[in-house]
Design a protein around this ligand. Structure first.
Ligand SMILES: Nc1ncnc2c1ncn2[C@@H]1O[C@H](COP(=O)(O)OP(=O)(O)OP(=O)(O)O)[C@@H](O)[C@H]1O
Length: 251
């Protein structure tokens, strides 16, 4: 029996104050894909991530993760589902009053089944996964560089060993070197952990360095979905405008 898609959206409609953002939107993402979600400013990319996370309920349509409908009323089923997701918010969204250690420990403590020694070991393991040492655990978010904030936020997103990782502008605000390092780190972790990744990005280098597939959100729906090579041939004003003369950079 084949596995259900990791993400499946069907007939999704979303509007805010009478203005439609998504209209009959459909998308299917299979295990192991790294999908770059592209769309103009205000086209509804972040809203779509929030709907996949279950933070916003569309007005109509179905969102299924791992074959489970997010409208399924079974609370335990929904809780188990959420543990299979990790989210890296655009600016890291670290808790400013908590140390790096406590930020990463937060989702582990919420499980209420791990003792302090296990939590310490797991936090140190996650720090090592993102190239940081145990000594960084003592720092507060305000003491971190932009690149370190992203790494700590990634460590926290990976705390519960998710199968699906959602990234909102993962390299925004990083200089080209740090951005390249972060792209390589995400790529390495994706291969090692077998993650499925969906990322919103405007950055061509991030797309070219990571994405196996590209989804284009325009005219209130996913108007194109395919491999990078397939998207290069799409003739739509957003796609031609986005890539300009740089389409070959995608390959
Ligand atoms: N909670 C909300 N209440 C009212 N309007 C909202 C809400 N969330 C989003 N919107 C509106 O929905 C539209 C899509 O917003 P969204 O943030 O999803 O776009 P986006 O594609 O992520 O944009 P950007 O690339 O500029 O971040 C925008 O017009 C936004 O103002």
């Amino acid at each position: 029996m084949s596995l259900p898609p990791v993400i499946e959206l069907e007939g999704v409609c979303t509007s805010f104050r009478g203005t439609a953002v998504h209209r009959d939107l459909a998308l299917r993402i299979d295990e192991g894909q790294i999908v770059g979600l592209l769309g103009g400013s205000g086209s509804g990319k972040t809203t779509l991530l929030r709907e996949i996370l279950g933070l916003h309920r569309p007005d109509a349509g179905v969102v299924r993760l791992f074959g489970v409908d997010l409208n399924e009323p079974d609370v335990q089923l929904q809780r188990n589902l959420r543990r299979r997701l990790g989210m890296l918010f655009q600016h890291g969204a670290l808790f400013s009053a908590l140390s790096v250690f406590d930020n990463i420990a937060f989702p582990l403590r919420e499980l209420r089944c791990l003792d302090g020694d296990w939590i310490r070991r797991l936090v140190h393991l996650k720090l090592a996964m993102v190239g940081l040492g145990a000594e960084h655990g003592k720092l507060m978010p305000a003491e971190l560089s932009g690149g370190m904030v992203k790494r700590v936020a990634l460590a926290r997103a990976l705390a519960l060993e998710p199968e699906l990782l959602l990234l909102d502008e993962p390299t925004a605000g990083l200089d080209p070197d740090r951005s390249q390092n972060f792209v390589e780190l995400i790529g390495d972790l994706q291969r090692e952990l077998g993650l499925t990744v969906v990322m919103v990005t405007h950055d061509l280098n991030t797309l070219a360095g990571l994405a196996t597939h590209v989804a284009v959100l325009a005219d209130q729906h996913i108007m194109a979905y395919g491999t990078r090579a397939e998207i290069m041939t799409v003739d739509h004003p957003f796609v031609t405008g986005f890539f300009g003369g740089d389409r070959r950079k995608l390959l």
